[in-house]
Each structure stands twice: as structure tokens, then as C-alpha cells.
Design a protein around this ligand. Sequence first.
Ligand SMILES: [Mn+2]
Length: 322
Amino acid sequence: MTLDNILEEIKKAQMIVILCHESPDGDAVASSLSVWHAVKQLGKEADMVIPDYSKMFNFLPGADKILKKGNHSNYDLAISVDCTDLKRLVGASEYFETAKKTIEIDHHSVNSMFADYNYVNPAAPACCQVLIGMFEYFGINIDKDLGTCILTGILTDTGGFQWGGVTPETFEFTAELLRKGVNISEICQKVIRNKTKAHCEFEKLIYERLEFFNENKIAVAYLTLDDYKQLSTDIGDDEGLVEMIRDIDGVEVAVLLKEREGLNGFKISMRSRDKVNVSDIGLILGGGGHSRAAGCFIQGNLDYAKNKIVNLIEQEMKKQLK
Ligand SMILES: [Mn+2]
């Protein structure tokens, strides 16, 4: 079984590296940290490589051990978490590609199964929830530190248990974590409720720029490179903005276009309320994600990118909702 193989590879390896996807969200950072704590309990040292992440997550136990670059160039074992594709390991894929063995642990349904051992459960709302099952199988003691990381991943990927994908197990696991002393209100305050000033400036811009299409069922806003240069101080400042658009009454699909430096185009984030599968829309343009949260990239100027995504969503809504 895959889990036995994974445990065997961890036990065999001398040099282990833990990696996650680019622009890491709370689940990606927390999953990396969770695996790091677990590997330590198994008597191994591991490097966690995350080139850039939000300072918001610095309170997590072990965050001071996160490296911008690996200490080695040929690890025995590379473990990727919360990542669908080798392409998304930007800034860290070299460690994955040169490792002797590779493992990936994820919860995205569009996962490309890019490792030697792939442990993917699309039914879990967060990679951290996949990890709990794995750690229990390995006999890892989920203490307060490890539990704090795990609950952070679950809370950030479910918006504080608000979004689709939350399962009865999510609450059963959470109850267990609270019994270990994990402080849920502290985590919520730090990663769910807390907003940077730059984030609020972005919110202002987005409300000013909101445009509605298809009888107000599609809502679109954008952020340009200039906006990022003027406002953003930290990598996570633009998290949560597309959800804010989706929350507007009557909106079925929310879209946020974010201009990307050096790529001559826009990263598209999509959120759906409860009917439209935006992962299918993302896939058409070479992206993907979850049915209610997905993304892709469109090359071209703002008008081109906006028209292209709005037209595609309109077509897909017609098809999917008939
Ligand atoms: Mn995730």
C-alpha cells in the first residue's frame, strides 16, 4: 500500500526535502510544517524549502526552520504537499527533479500524479486533513505543535469551516486537536480574521472596479502590476479577495484577474457559489483546481483576458446549468 511505501522511503532516506506550491496559502505552508514535525518524530531531519510565503504564518511552530533554498542539490527523498503539478513547484522543482525518490501528498482532484508515490484524497477539504489520516497510520503523536499546524491548514482551506468540502471527519479531527490543547481562536485571529493594511487597500480598489455580467451572475475585478507595486508589502496581501467578490448576493462566479510580472498576462482566480464547476473552466485554459475554487493563466492585456474569461464562463454556465 502507498502509505507503507511512503513510511519505508522516509525511514530509508538520509536527506529529505519538503516542498509545496508557489504562492503558498495556509494549507501549503501548514502541510509542509506538519510533515516536517512528523518526519522529526520518525527520527529524521528534513529541509523545508519555501522560497516565499506570508509573514502571517510565522507564528506556526517550526516556521523559523523554513528555508528559502535547499542545503543540498540531490536529496534522497523529496516530499511535495498540496501541489497538483510539478509545474507549480516554482522555485523548488529542481529539488524534486533531482531527488532519488519522490512522494506527493495532496487533495486536489486534478492532481497529475507526478511522484513515485502519490497519496491523493480529493474528498479532503485540506491537504492537512489528508495528513492526519497518514500520521495516524504511521503512529505519529499529534501533539499541540503539530496539531496547530494541521488545524491552520484546515481552517485556511475551508475559510473557517465555511466552504464546501468540510466533512464530518473535519470536525472529528478538529475535536481531537482541541483536546490536545490547540488554540483555535488564536489561529482564527491570526490567519482568518487578520487583514493587512495593504489587503484593505486592495479591497477598496476591487469594490471600485467591480463589473457584472450575465444578469449579475458573474462579477469581475482586477489588480495590475502597478497596484502591487504601490500597495503590496507581503505575498499574502491579495488572499481572500476573490471570495469577497463571490459573497455578493446573486453572484454565481467571481473572477479576480491579477497581473503577473514578466509573464505578460493575468493569473485568473475563480470562485463559484454552489452550482458552477470552475475547475472545468480552468482546465480548458490549462489550469484547474477544485469545483468551487480554481484558477488559470491568460496571456494578453487586461481587456483581452477579461473578455476571454467572461465569455468562457458564460458559455460554460449555459452548458452546466441547463
Ligand atoms: Mn490545500
